[in-house]
Design a protein around this ligand. Structure first.
Ligand SMILES: Cc1cc2nc3c(=O)[nH]c(=O)nc-3n(C[C@H](O)[C@H](O)[C@H](O)COP(=O)(O)O)c2cc1C
Length: 163
């Protein structure tokens, strides 16, 4: 899949096939996160890979809208080291989701509403936090890749020179 098609067709989906994700694909996903740019090149992210069903369920309980997480074959928690910014985490997260989609793996970002819960489940060192968790899997079906609500037209988003 070329880069333009990949980013134009990537939508977030929450229903996954019962098919594991190969180690090689996982490595491509993690490498894509690693290669993201960051403020002052601080690279303030760490990635916790979860595949254990009990651990995934425990982590899912830390979010208000994470019911689909336990059934995802692969979950990656994006962790920020002390002082790391959410924008940096977002860049790494989107890189990983696009790299996955390029190989046919769909995904969804998931918020951890109870941050202390997420830090405890993941055993994080002090001052580390979890800005976002990513669930990954092959699509359950073509229908599960719903195209959702259309994106806002560019005409409504873009201003020339001044607002
Ligand atoms: C910061 C952030 C937090 C999100 N948290 C959740 C979540 O907790 N649970 C969930 O199911 N989706 C979550 N999403 C996914 C959004 O619902 C999704 O990006 C949006 O609905 C667009 O979906 P689409 O790409 O399918 O159109 C989150 C997305 C972002 C960017």
């Amino acid at each position: 899949m070329d880069a333009t098609t990949c980013l134009r067709t990537k939508r977030d989906s929450r229903q996954y096939a019962d098919r594991p994700i190969a180690e090689e694909t996982l490595r491509h996903i993690l490498q894509a996160g690693r290669m993201a740019g960051s403020s002052k090149n601080t690279q303030p992210w760490r990635f916790v890979v979860l595949r254990d069903p009990d651990r995934k369920a425990e982590l899912a309980a830390c979010g208000n809208f994470a019911q689909h997480v336990p059934a995802a074959p692969l979950v990656i928690a994006v962790v920020l080291t002390p002082g790391g910014g959410d924008f940096d985490a977002g860049r790494a997260a989107q890189n990983m989701m696009l790299a996955a989609w390029a190989e046919g793996v769909t995904s969804c970002p998931v918020a951890m509403h109870d941050r202390e819960c997420a830090a405890r489940v993941l055993g994080l060192p002090p001052e580390h936090r979890v800005p976002i968790v990513l669930s990954f899997g092959y699509p359950a079906s073509e229908d599960s890749l719903h195209r959702g609500i259309a994106r806002t037209p560019l005409l409504e988003l873009v201003h020339e020179e001044r607002w």
